[in-house]
Design a protein. Structure first.
Length: 334
């Protein structure tokens, strides 16, 4: 899977201008949560989880935008045209040269916000998918062609490792350079069970990234690169190697001061032999369990916080075993 659009450049659109978007249309888009990095795969590896946001977009004869939010973000996210999904849809229509209709959005948000589970990527992917489906036929990209959605979403979200699994599902390897963003599907052993421990605190990606050094020693980069290769092999067919393969040397140690409870939980789980890492920028903790039995043991360990640990006692954890989404974003009801 590849996209050749330069970073920061508009995604090419069909050269048709001025067609109106018909009112009375309605589409529903389902997009999975994502977990990025998976330990050493910083800014390149990502996996789609069986936890989904659902967006219903309806065009109306009225002017303006109205957003109804159910679940995560209800009561605090904007409900007008400044909402991220609404902004993205309107921008896509403008880029396509279409005259917008009124717009009503219903967002059923299940993916936790500010926890490192790709909620922003899911919002952007759902918006681009819905926007294309509502365009006049002459301006519409093929619904089955996910490459333009990936290219546009990677440009807007800025992190193709979050976007790629949201678009394509399963396990992806992504990169971004001056030539644009690219992503490739990787094999994923069906025995692997992702477990996520979601804390009751948030952490912004910007804060997490601000803690990273501008450079690391050559030996550190080489050792981390070796672990990425081992991790791809372990995920493809040898889960027994996951503990060693998920050791990270590039980002988690630097970010630990911003999420001490997550760092403590990861250390405790790894000491017990489980492949625990930070999910995305955190503070959610991801464990790549090699079986359903291991996943259940992980859940028990998360619940059994050690006595007397002040860092652990200040955070409550919600344990989820969502499975892997192997389909990615899908359009329903169109």
């Amino acid at each position: 899977m590849a996209a050749s659009n330069p970073v920061g450049a508009p995604v090419p659109q069909a050269p048709v201008v001025g067609q109106s978007i018909a009112p009375g249309q309605s589409v529903r888009v389902v997009v999975p949560a994502t977990t990025a990095n998976l330990g050493p795969g910083y800014d390149c590896l990502g996996m789609a989880l069986g936890l989904h946001d659902t967006l219903t977009a309806t065009t109306t004869a009225e002017t303006g935008v109205h957003v109804d939010i159910e679940g995560e973000g209800a009561g605090c996210l904007p409900t007008d045209a400044s909402h991220l999904v609404a902004r993205t849809i309107l921008a896509r229509w403008s880029d396509a040269g279409a005259a917008p209709a009124g717009l009503r959005l219903h967002a059923r948000n299940v993916i936790p916000h500010g926890r490192g589970l790709g909620s922003s990527a899911a919002a952007i992917v759902s918006a681009l998918t819905a926007a294309d489906a509502l365009l006049p036929a002459a301006l519409r990209r093929a619904i089955t062609d996910r490459e333009p959605v990936f290219a546009a979403a990677a440009r807007l979200e800025g992190h193709p490792d979050n976007v790629a699994p949201a678009v394509f599902g399963a396990l992806t390897l992504s990169m971004q350079d001056d030539a644009g963003a690219t992503s490739t599907a990787l094999p994923l052993d069906e025995r692997i069970v992702p477990v996520v421990a979601v804390p009751d605190i948030e952490l912004s990606t910007r804060t997490a990234r601000s803690l990273l050094p501008e450079a690391v020693p050559h030996a550190t980069a080489a050792a981390n690169g070796a672990r990425v290769g081992l991790l791809v092999h372990a995920l493809a067919g040898d889960p027994s190697l996951l503990l060693a393969a998920t050791e990270d040397l590039l980002h988690q140690g630097y970010r630990a001061p911003a999420m001490p409870a997550s760092a403590e939980l990861i250390a405790r789980l790894r000491a017990a032999g489980h492949a625990a890492v930070v999910s995305g920028a955190g503070p959610t903790v991801l464990v790549l369990a090699a079986s359903e039995d291991e996943a259940r043991r992980v859940g028990d360990l998360v619940s059994a916080a050690p006595d007397g640990d002040a860092r652990a006692s200040t955070v409550s954890w919600r344990v989820l075993m969502p499975g892997v989404d192997r389909v990615g974003a899908r359009l329903e009801g169109h």
